[in-house]
Design a protein around this ligand. Structure first.
Ligand SMILES: *[C@@H]1O[C@H](CO)[C@@H](O)[C@H](O)[C@H]1NC(C)=O
Ligand SMILES: *[C@@H]1O[C@H](CO)[C@@H](O)[C@H](O)[C@H]1NC(C)=O
Length: 339
């Protein structure tokens, strides 16, 4: 009776401790019940994310296919990105001296966020919801210049804390240009060759999203006017971006310039949206009152703003808001009926 109560009590005690068991390993408790612990860890890692290959999938095929299918007009950026990441992922055991650091730079609506989401989805089984994905945007995080020291300390402890749990994370800094000046310099020791902090997160990836027209719009215009292919843009030109200390000190491994989208690219986005919302769901242009897909695309293209004024070749907002334009323009007859 008494012993039974003790056992029950112990059981209750143990189950309360269950989440803490992995830490118990450190104190040698594991020696008491190695098999049970292994089983426990096995089950734990089946339902919750762990820092292992089940949860860190690094699927290059998925990355390549999703970029190829949905990113238009960025042959340079996607090629460099696929090569850089493909290399990193080819040997999951390999340790690196520093994380891979990339900057995606370009005007709005050209795919910076899409590329980042695709990267998260092909890197982690839990995708963008993974506990190993850390997203910081200057719109919400670390906004005040007055608290710069505090912000830097917080940011560093996030990164350190998370890299203690797992050495392979994805850190995303959105709207990087608007963080208070100096904040990103607090990241330097995580990225510098030879620094122990950088080695600890050597398998992680840092992505900075940097919104800005210059100098990418000028390049795109040159290429267009000279009838050159976008593919020809050189790495040296991509290195022309110098306005942050991170860049100046060579801590960014790859600058990926994303160019403004031309009409032909925008038309592809429009077509994608029409497919996913209507044609792939059994609709066809005539049900919507049009002769063909091209005619539907024309309707939406007319609503897109192009610049510069004298020769409007680039979309002012890339492929942003295309979806909502498509949805508000086209109605299948029986959708109207039910409303
Ligand atoms: C990687 O992604 C591709 C395309 O989505 C899929 O067919 C393949 O099964 C995935 N590979 C692994 C190992 O999960
Ligand atoms: C890990 O990063 C997140 C932000 O994604 C942060 O909220 C959390 O406190 C960090 N964890 C540790 C242990 O530092």
């Amino acid at each position: 009776m008494k012993i039974g109560a003790v056992i029950l009590g112990l059981l209750g005690f143990c189950s309360a401790l269950l989440p803490a068991i992995p830490f118990a390993v450190k104190f040698g408790v594991a020696a008491l019940a190695p098999a049970g612990l292994l089983l426990y860890e096995y089950m734990e890692c089946t339902s919750y994310e762990c820092c292992n290959d089940r949860w860190i999938k690094r699927n290059k095929t998925e990355l390549r296919e999703n970029l190829r299918d949905s990113i238009y007009g960025q042959p340079f950026a996607t090629r460099i990105l696929l090569n850089a990441i493909g290399n990193r992922w080819s040997d999951p055991q390999k340790e690196y001296d520093k994380p891979l650091v990339m900057m995606l730079h370009g005007p709005t609506g050209v795919g910076k966020n899409y590329i980042t989401r695709t990267l998260a989805n092909s890197m982690f089984t839990a995708g963008t919801k993974s506990v190993f994905v850390h997203y910081m945007t200057s719109a919400y995080h670390f906004t005040s210049e007055d608290n710069l020291k505090l912000h830097i300390a917080d940011m560093q402890s996030w990164i350190e804390g998370n890299s203690t749990l797992c050495g392979e994370n994805l850190f995303v800094f959105d709207e990087a240009r608007r963080f208070p000046p100096g904040l990103l310099d607090g990241l330097m020791h995580f990225m510098a060759h030879g620094s122990p902090a950088a080695k600890k997160i050597g398998r992680s990836i840092f992505v900075f999203l940097y919104e800005g027209d210059e100098p990418v719009v000028d390049w795109a215009q040159d290429l267009y006017e000279n009838g050159e292919d976008r593919e020809t843009i050189s790495l040296r030109r991509a290195d022309e971006m110098h306005d942050s200390l991170l860049v100046k000190r060579g801590l960014i491994d790859y600058h990926l310039p994303l160019l403004p989208l031309e009409r032909k690219h925008v038309r592809k986005c429009i077509a994608d949206s029409i497919y996913s919302n209507y044609l792939n769901k059994g609709g066809n242009p005539s049900m919507l009152g049009y002769d063909d897909l091209d005619e539907m695309i024309d309707v939406i293209e007319k609503e897109v703003i192009f610049f510069p004024e004298d020769t409007p070749i680039f979309s002012a907002f890339g492929c942003k808001k295309i979806e909502s334009k498509v949805l508000s323009e086209f109605r299948l007859p029986d959708t109207d009926h039910h409303l």
